[in-house]
Design a protein around this ligand. Sequence first.
Ligand code: SF4
Ligand code: SF4
Length: 286
Amino acid sequence: MKITIASGKGGTGKTTLATNLAYLLSQKSPVILADLDVEEPNSGFFIKGTKIQKQKVFRMVPDWDKEKCVLCGNCQRVCKFNAVIKLGEEVLVFNQLCHGCYACSELCPQNALPMKSYEVGKITEFEQHNLHFVEGKLNVGEEQAVPVIKETINFVMNKFSPDILRIFDAPPGTSCPVIEATKDADYIILITEPTPFGLHDLKLAVEVMRELKKDFGVVINRYGIGNNDVIDYCTNERIPLLGKIPNMKKAAEAYAKGELLCESIPEIKVAMQRIIKNLKVCEVLS
Ligand code: SF4
Ligand code: SF4
């Protein structure tokens, strides 16, 4: 079972839910938690495991060969992403903009743009008893999260037995990185807040999940602030409401200290256990 935790916007509690669920479930059987929020991975603040390994993530970009180039400008014409430009007597490649489509390389009449590998991020694996934690991280200055997300998912799929529960902490939003992080999941948990902003972004996330034809449910974080509109929306749309995490000042304090909330706040532990119970009722967990 692959469960992905996503949200329409950042700061709604994705990491809190992912780390606490993974930790509690790992008390009974092995769990893999993968942080796919590669631009800002922070599950590692809460999971204190032993580092097992680290590996680099590469993608392919063209490498200009000045000796072979005849400055015909074809590469600039074929690149849809403005990642290669002929400027005077030079051809410039902007690695951050390149999508690695190979078009310029294959259509260069002189073979002057061979593809080379280029480091864009890292994958680090940690272990804490039954909990295997895998973190994908984009290198500073890089803009394309998708290749690192894809490689982090591949790492998890290739390394661990399919019988082990996988929990993926997706990036926020509704754009390409989220699609990449959710498209192969068996179930999605959308986390939101009971506020007008939370509801607005939840609706966008629900649209995406319906487009992807995914099974999903909703968890409300910081329950107690705002209003009941999220609950009414879920009821009207027949979306399973899996649980509510109470709004508590001490939760913010524990979070800031890097503590797992289910360990330090009994009310949060109860809320997390209720979410696990509801996932079992929905037959997402056995
Ligand atoms: S297509 Fe090849 S030969 Fe033409 S400008 Fe680009 S690199 Fe040079
Ligand atoms: S590989 Fe594709 S995206 Fe990258 S520079 Fe060449 S044409 Fe542009």
